[in-house]
Ligand binder design. Sequence first.
Ligand code: YSA
Length: 348
Amino acid sequence: MSVSQQLEEIRKAAMGELDGTNNARELEAWRVRYLGKKSQLNEVLRSLSRLSLEERKAVGAAANRLKADLENELSQKEQAVRQDRLVASAGERGIDISLPGRSFRAGRLHPVTQVYHEINDIFISMGFEVVEGPEVEWDYYNFEALNIPKEHPARDTMATLWIDSEAESGGRSRLLRTHTSPMQIRVMEKVRPPLRIVVPGKVYRYEATDATHIPMFHQLEGLAVDEGITMADLKGTLYEFARRFFGEDRKVRFRCDYFPFVEPGVEMAIECAVCKGEGCRLCGSSGWIEILGAGMVHPRVLERVNIDPEVYSGFAFGMGIERIPMLRYGINDIRLFYGSDLRFLRQF
Ligand code: YSA
Protein backbone atom coordinates (compact mmCIF):
# COMPACT_ATOMS: atom_id res chain seq x y z
CA MET A 1 0.00 0.00 0.00
CA SER A 2 1.39 3.46 -0.94
CA VAL A 3 1.87 6.08 1.77
CA SER A 4 -0.95 8.17 0.30
CA GLN A 5 -3.33 5.21 0.51
CA GLN A 6 -2.13 4.59 4.07
CA LEU A 7 -2.99 8.19 4.98
CA GLU A 8 -6.44 7.85 3.41
CA GLU A 9 -7.06 4.70 5.48
CA ILE A 10 -6.03 6.51 8.68
CA ARG A 11 -8.42 9.39 7.85
CA LYS A 12 -11.37 7.03 7.25
CA ALA A 13 -10.78 5.05 10.42
CA ALA A 14 -10.24 8.15 12.58
CA MET A 15 -13.36 9.98 11.37
CA GLY A 16 -15.49 6.86 11.74
CA GLU A 17 -14.35 6.27 15.32
CA LEU A 18 -14.68 9.93 16.29
CA ASP A 19 -18.38 9.80 15.39
CA GLY A 20 -18.90 7.11 17.98
CA THR A 21 -17.16 8.94 20.89
CA ASN A 22 -19.46 10.39 23.53
CA ASN A 23 -17.37 11.51 26.46
CA ALA A 24 -14.06 13.06 27.46
CA ARG A 25 -12.44 9.71 28.29
CA GLU A 26 -13.22 8.26 24.85
CA LEU A 27 -11.99 11.44 23.17
CA GLU A 28 -8.67 11.24 25.00
CA ALA A 29 -8.25 7.61 23.93
CA TRP A 30 -9.01 8.66 20.33
CA ARG A 31 -6.43 11.49 20.53
CA VAL A 32 -3.74 9.11 21.76
CA ARG A 33 -4.59 6.57 19.06
CA TYR A 34 -4.64 8.96 16.07
CA LEU A 35 -2.51 11.95 17.10
CA GLY A 36 -0.30 10.55 19.87
CA LYS A 37 3.43 9.78 19.68
CA LYS A 38 2.85 6.14 18.81
CA SER A 39 0.07 6.79 16.28
CA GLN A 40 0.27 5.55 12.72
CA LEU A 41 0.25 9.12 11.48
CA ASN A 42 3.27 9.98 13.56
CA GLU A 43 4.95 6.89 12.20
CA VAL A 44 4.39 8.21 8.64
CA LEU A 45 5.76 11.63 9.57
CA ARG A 46 8.87 10.06 11.09
CA SER A 47 9.48 7.92 8.01
CA LEU A 48 9.59 10.95 5.69
CA SER A 49 13.36 11.14 5.96
CA ARG A 50 13.65 7.80 4.19
CA LEU A 51 11.80 9.06 1.09
CA SER A 52 13.18 10.86 -1.94
CA LEU A 53 12.95 14.64 -2.00
CA GLU A 54 10.03 14.60 -4.47
CA GLU A 55 8.04 12.03 -2.43
CA ARG A 56 8.89 13.77 0.81
CA LYS A 57 7.30 17.04 -0.45
CA ALA A 58 4.04 15.40 -1.55
CA VAL A 59 3.65 12.97 1.33
CA GLY A 60 4.77 15.52 3.94
CA ALA A 61 2.13 18.01 2.80
CA ALA A 62 -0.60 15.33 2.80
CA ALA A 63 0.38 14.04 6.24
CA ASN A 64 0.41 17.54 7.72
CA ARG A 65 -2.98 18.26 6.16
CA LEU A 66 -4.39 15.12 7.73
CA LYS A 67 -2.90 16.03 11.12
CA ALA A 68 -4.47 19.52 11.00
CA ASP A 69 -7.86 18.05 9.95
CA LEU A 70 -7.83 15.54 12.78
CA GLU A 71 -6.91 18.21 15.36
CA ASN A 72 -9.68 20.42 14.09
CA GLU A 73 -12.27 17.63 14.20
CA LEU A 74 -11.14 16.74 17.71
CA SER A 75 -11.54 20.27 19.01
CA GLN A 76 -15.06 20.56 17.50
CA LYS A 77 -16.08 17.24 19.00
CA GLU A 78 -14.69 18.27 22.43
CA GLN A 79 -16.79 21.41 22.31
CA ALA A 80 -19.91 19.45 21.36
CA VAL A 81 -19.33 16.93 24.17
CA ARG A 82 -18.86 19.78 26.68
CA GLN A 83 -22.06 21.44 25.49
CA ASP A 84 -24.04 18.16 25.76
CA ARG A 85 -22.71 17.65 29.29
CA LEU A 86 -23.75 21.19 30.26
CA VAL A 87 -27.27 20.77 28.88
CA ALA A 88 -27.65 17.40 30.57
CA SER A 89 -26.45 18.67 33.95
CA ALA A 90 -28.64 21.81 33.70
CA GLY A 91 -31.62 19.55 32.87
CA GLU A 92 -30.89 17.38 35.90
CA ARG A 93 -30.93 20.49 38.11
CA GLY A 94 -34.15 21.82 36.52
CA ILE A 95 -32.45 24.79 34.79
CA ASP A 96 -33.81 25.94 31.42
CA ILE A 97 -30.76 27.20 29.57
CA SER A 98 -32.85 28.35 26.62
CA LEU A 99 -34.21 31.29 28.69
CA PRO A 100 -32.59 34.64 27.74
CA GLY A 101 -29.95 35.83 30.26
CA ARG A 102 -30.24 38.89 32.49
CA SER A 103 -28.38 41.87 31.04
CA PHE A 104 -26.07 43.93 33.26
CA ARG A 105 -25.65 47.63 32.59
CA ALA A 106 -22.04 48.76 32.57
CA GLY A 107 -21.31 51.58 35.01
CA ARG A 108 -19.88 54.88 33.79
CA LEU A 109 -18.40 58.09 35.12
CA HIS A 110 -20.70 60.86 36.35
CA PRO A 111 -21.10 63.60 33.67
CA VAL A 112 -19.39 66.16 35.92
CA THR A 113 -16.43 63.77 36.39
CA GLN A 114 -16.23 63.18 32.63
CA VAL A 115 -16.09 66.93 31.97
CA TYR A 116 -13.67 67.41 34.87
CA HIS A 117 -11.21 65.04 33.15
CA GLU A 118 -11.77 66.61 29.76
CA ILE A 119 -11.09 70.15 31.05
CA ASN A 120 -7.96 68.97 32.88
CA ASP A 121 -6.71 67.36 29.67
CA ILE A 122 -7.18 70.57 27.68
CA PHE A 123 -5.10 72.55 30.18
CA ILE A 124 -2.47 69.80 30.46
CA SER A 125 -2.06 69.97 26.69
CA MET A 126 -1.43 73.74 27.06
CA GLY A 127 1.42 73.09 29.51
CA PHE A 128 -0.42 73.35 32.86
CA GLU A 129 0.29 70.92 35.69
CA VAL A 130 -2.61 69.52 37.77
CA VAL A 131 -2.37 70.06 41.56
CA GLU A 132 -4.91 69.25 44.27
CA GLY A 133 -5.44 70.81 47.68
CA PRO A 134 -7.40 70.49 50.94
CA GLU A 135 -11.16 71.10 51.14
CA VAL A 136 -10.87 72.03 54.83
CA GLU A 137 -8.91 75.25 54.69
CA TRP A 138 -7.55 77.98 56.97
CA ASP A 139 -9.13 81.43 56.93
CA TYR A 140 -5.63 82.67 56.03
CA TYR A 141 -5.45 80.85 52.67
CA ASN A 142 -9.11 81.18 51.75
CA PHE A 143 -9.32 84.92 52.52
CA GLU A 144 -6.47 86.77 54.27
CA ALA A 145 -3.63 85.94 51.88
CA LEU A 146 -5.93 86.69 48.95
CA ASN A 147 -6.33 90.28 50.07
CA ILE A 148 -9.67 89.64 51.80
CA PRO A 149 -9.12 90.65 55.44
CA LYS A 150 -11.79 90.27 58.12
CA GLU A 151 -14.73 92.64 57.63
CA HIS A 152 -13.94 92.93 53.90
CA PRO A 153 -17.25 93.07 51.97
CA ALA A 154 -15.94 90.43 49.51
CA ARG A 155 -16.39 87.84 52.28
CA ASP A 156 -20.14 88.32 51.98
CA THR A 157 -20.11 87.21 48.34
CA MET A 158 -18.95 83.76 49.42
CA ALA A 159 -21.21 82.67 52.29
CA THR A 160 -18.87 80.48 54.30
CA LEU A 161 -19.38 77.20 56.14
CA TRP A 162 -17.13 77.61 59.18
CA ILE A 163 -15.64 74.71 61.09
CA ASP A 164 -14.27 76.72 64.04
CA SER A 165 -15.91 79.72 65.63
CA GLU A 166 -13.67 82.76 65.82
CA ALA A 167 -13.72 82.83 69.58
CA GLU A 168 -12.61 79.18 69.89
CA SER A 169 -9.88 79.31 67.28
CA GLY A 170 -7.91 82.28 68.57
CA GLY A 171 -8.00 83.86 65.13
CA ARG A 172 -6.96 80.70 63.23
CA SER A 173 -10.34 79.50 61.99
CA ARG A 174 -10.94 76.57 59.68
CA LEU A 175 -13.65 76.52 57.03
CA LEU A 176 -14.82 74.54 54.02
CA ARG A 177 -13.04 76.30 51.18
CA THR A 178 -15.38 78.60 49.28
CA HIS A 179 -13.23 78.56 46.15
CA THR A 180 -10.08 76.90 44.79
CA SER A 181 -8.12 80.18 44.89
CA PRO A 182 -6.40 79.37 48.26
CA MET A 183 -4.29 76.90 46.28
CA GLN A 184 -2.72 79.87 44.46
CA ILE A 185 -1.08 80.84 47.75
CA ARG A 186 -0.19 77.29 48.82
CA VAL A 187 1.56 76.64 45.49
CA MET A 188 3.34 80.02 45.27
CA GLU A 189 4.64 79.58 48.84
CA LYS A 190 6.54 76.50 47.67
CA VAL A 191 7.21 76.88 43.94
CA ARG A 192 9.15 79.73 42.35
CA PRO A 193 8.11 81.06 38.92
CA PRO A 194 7.83 80.19 36.11
CA LEU A 195 4.77 78.15 37.06
CA ARG A 196 1.57 77.07 35.36
CA ILE A 197 -0.96 75.05 37.34
CA VAL A 198 -4.62 74.08 37.36
CA VAL A 199 -6.38 73.02 40.57
CA PRO A 200 -9.64 71.11 40.18
CA GLY A 201 -11.74 70.30 43.26
CA LYS A 202 -14.87 70.67 45.37
CA VAL A 203 -15.86 73.96 46.98
CA TYR A 204 -18.67 74.80 49.41
CA ARG A 205 -20.95 77.79 49.98
CA TYR A 206 -23.80 78.33 52.39
CA GLU A 207 -26.27 79.61 49.85
CA ALA A 208 -29.73 78.95 48.44
CA THR A 209 -29.99 76.68 45.44
CA ASP A 210 -31.49 77.59 42.09
CA ALA A 211 -31.03 76.56 38.45
CA THR A 212 -27.36 77.69 38.43
CA HIS A 213 -26.38 77.58 42.12
CA ILE A 214 -25.79 74.69 44.53
CA PRO A 215 -23.99 74.63 47.91
CA MET A 216 -21.34 72.08 46.87
CA PHE A 217 -19.89 72.44 43.40
CA HIS A 218 -16.59 72.02 41.57
CA GLN A 219 -14.17 74.68 40.46
CA LEU A 220 -11.01 74.63 38.41
CA GLU A 221 -8.42 77.21 39.39
CA GLY A 222 -5.77 78.26 36.89
CA LEU A 223 -2.57 80.16 37.69
CA ALA A 224 0.37 81.17 35.50
CA VAL A 225 3.26 83.28 36.84
CA ASP A 226 6.33 84.28 34.86
CA GLU A 227 8.18 87.33 33.59
CA GLY A 228 6.13 89.31 31.10
CA ILE A 229 2.73 87.62 31.52
CA THR A 230 -0.06 89.93 30.37
CA MET A 231 -3.83 90.09 30.09
CA ALA A 232 -3.42 88.94 26.46
CA ASP A 233 -2.03 85.60 27.76
CA LEU A 234 -5.06 85.22 30.04
CA LYS A 235 -7.55 85.94 27.25
CA GLY A 236 -5.67 83.78 24.75
CA THR A 237 -5.64 80.82 27.15
CA LEU A 238 -9.33 81.10 27.98
CA TYR A 239 -10.37 81.64 24.35
CA GLU A 240 -8.40 78.54 23.39
CA PHE A 241 -10.12 76.55 26.14
CA ALA A 242 -13.58 77.74 25.00
CA ARG A 243 -12.77 77.01 21.34
CA ARG A 244 -11.64 73.46 22.15
CA PHE A 245 -14.46 72.64 24.54
CA PHE A 246 -17.45 74.37 22.94
CA GLY A 247 -16.30 74.65 19.31
CA GLU A 248 -15.36 77.56 17.03
CA ASP A 249 -18.81 79.13 16.75
CA ARG A 250 -19.70 79.56 20.42
CA LYS A 251 -19.77 83.20 21.53
CA VAL A 252 -17.59 84.20 24.52
CA ARG A 253 -17.85 87.46 26.47
CA PHE A 254 -15.37 89.16 28.83
CA ARG A 255 -16.55 91.90 31.18
CA CYS A 256 -14.86 93.80 33.99
CA ASP A 257 -15.36 92.31 37.44
CA TYR A 258 -13.90 92.78 40.87
CA PHE A 259 -11.99 90.25 42.97
CA PRO A 260 -9.67 91.59 45.71
CA PHE A 261 -6.85 89.26 44.63
CA VAL A 262 -6.59 90.45 41.02
CA GLU A 263 -6.07 93.78 39.29
CA PRO A 264 -7.68 94.14 36.82
CA GLY A 265 -10.42 91.52 37.21
CA VAL A 266 -12.79 90.06 34.63
CA GLU A 267 -15.59 87.55 34.31
CA MET A 268 -16.05 85.33 31.31
CA ALA A 269 -19.47 84.20 30.09
CA ILE A 270 -20.56 81.82 27.33
CA GLU A 271 -23.64 82.23 25.18
CA CYS A 272 -26.54 80.32 26.78
CA ALA A 273 -26.99 76.91 25.17
CA VAL A 274 -30.68 76.66 26.00
CA CYS A 275 -31.91 79.93 24.40
CA LYS A 276 -28.92 80.59 22.06
CA GLY A 277 -28.58 84.10 23.46
CA GLU A 278 -32.30 84.98 23.26
CA GLY A 279 -32.81 84.99 27.05
CA CYS A 280 -34.44 82.26 29.17
CA ARG A 281 -34.99 81.09 32.76
CA LEU A 282 -31.53 79.48 32.92
CA CYS A 283 -29.55 82.58 31.94
CA GLY A 284 -31.86 84.99 33.78
CA SER A 285 -32.99 86.46 30.42
CA SER A 286 -29.47 87.75 29.67
CA GLY A 287 -28.50 85.21 26.99
CA TRP A 288 -25.17 84.58 28.79
CA ILE A 289 -23.97 82.27 31.55
CA GLU A 290 -20.98 83.29 33.60
CA ILE A 291 -18.48 80.45 33.91
CA LEU A 292 -15.48 82.02 35.57
CA GLY A 293 -13.83 84.91 37.35
CA ALA A 294 -10.27 85.86 36.41
CA GLY A 295 -7.65 88.58 36.29
CA MET A 296 -4.03 89.56 36.71
CA VAL A 297 -2.67 88.41 40.08
CA HIS A 298 -2.62 91.39 42.46
CA PRO A 299 0.93 92.66 43.26
CA ARG A 300 0.13 92.44 47.00
CA VAL A 301 -0.68 88.72 46.63
CA LEU A 302 2.69 88.15 44.90
CA GLU A 303 4.51 90.13 47.61
CA ARG A 304 2.90 88.01 50.33
CA VAL A 305 4.55 84.89 48.89
CA ASN A 306 7.86 86.69 48.29
CA ILE A 307 7.56 86.90 44.53
CA ASP A 308 8.79 90.28 43.28
CA PRO A 309 5.91 91.97 41.35
CA GLU A 310 8.46 94.24 39.66
CA VAL A 311 9.95 91.17 37.96
CA TYR A 312 7.05 88.73 37.71
CA SER A 313 3.41 88.97 36.79
CA GLY A 314 0.68 86.36 36.55
CA PHE A 315 -2.86 85.60 35.55
CA ALA A 316 -5.40 83.46 37.38
CA PHE A 317 -8.92 82.22 36.83
CA GLY A 318 -11.54 80.20 38.73
CA MET A 319 -14.06 78.26 36.64
CA GLY A 320 -17.33 76.68 37.82
CA ILE A 321 -17.16 73.15 36.42
CA GLU A 322 -20.87 72.18 36.58
CA ARG A 323 -21.84 75.09 34.37
CA ILE A 324 -19.57 73.81 31.59
CA PRO A 325 -21.55 70.61 30.75
CA MET A 326 -24.78 72.62 31.22
CA LEU A 327 -23.62 74.89 28.44
CA ARG A 328 -22.51 72.08 26.20
CA TYR A 329 -25.59 69.89 26.53
CA GLY A 330 -28.22 72.56 27.16
CA ILE A 331 -29.02 71.31 30.70
CA ASN A 332 -31.42 73.80 32.25
CA ASP A 333 -30.96 73.03 35.95
CA ILE A 334 -27.68 72.40 37.79
CA ARG A 335 -29.50 70.36 40.47
CA LEU A 336 -30.10 67.55 37.96
CA PHE A 337 -26.44 66.53 38.36
CA TYR A 338 -26.89 65.61 42.02
CA GLY A 339 -30.51 64.42 42.08
CA SER A 340 -29.47 60.75 41.52
CA ASP A 341 -32.07 60.35 38.77
CA LEU A 342 -30.59 57.54 36.68
CA ARG A 343 -32.75 58.44 33.67
CA PHE A 344 -30.85 61.75 33.54
CA LEU A 345 -27.39 60.36 34.36
CA ARG A 346 -27.55 57.48 31.85
CA GLN A 347 -27.69 59.96 28.97
CA PHE A 348 -23.97 60.75 29.34
C1 YSA B 1 -11.29 85.07 40.27
C2 YSA B 1 -10.06 85.65 40.00
C3 YSA B 1 -8.96 84.84 40.05
O1 YSA B 1 -7.75 85.39 39.82
C4 YSA B 1 -9.03 83.49 40.32
C5 YSA B 1 -10.27 82.94 40.59
C6 YSA B 1 -11.39 83.72 40.57
C7 YSA B 1 -12.70 83.12 40.89
C8 YSA B 1 -13.09 83.29 42.34
N1 YSA B 1 -12.24 82.51 43.21
C9 YSA B 1 -14.54 82.81 42.50
O2 YSA B 1 -14.79 81.82 43.14
N2 YSA B 1 -15.41 83.55 41.84
S1 YSA B 1 -16.98 83.22 41.78
O3 YSA B 1 -17.54 83.28 43.10
O4 YSA B 1 -17.58 84.11 40.82
O5 YSA B 1 -17.11 81.72 41.27
C10 YSA B 1 -16.45 81.32 40.06
C11 YSA B 1 -17.39 80.47 39.24
O6 YSA B 1 -17.89 79.39 40.03
C12 YSA B 1 -18.62 81.20 38.76
O7 YSA B 1 -18.33 81.90 37.58
C13 YSA B 1 -19.59 80.07 38.53
O8 YSA B 1 -19.34 79.45 37.28
C14 YSA B 1 -19.23 79.09 39.62
N3 YSA B 1 -20.11 79.19 40.78
C15 YSA B 1 -20.14 80.14 41.73
N4 YSA B 1 -21.07 79.87 42.67
C16 YSA B 1 -21.67 78.72 42.29
C17 YSA B 1 -21.07 78.29 41.09
N5 YSA B 1 -21.43 77.16 40.46
C18 YSA B 1 -22.42 76.44 41.05
N6 YSA B 1 -23.03 76.78 42.20
C19 YSA B 1 -22.68 77.89 42.85
N7 YSA B 1 -23.26 78.20 44.01
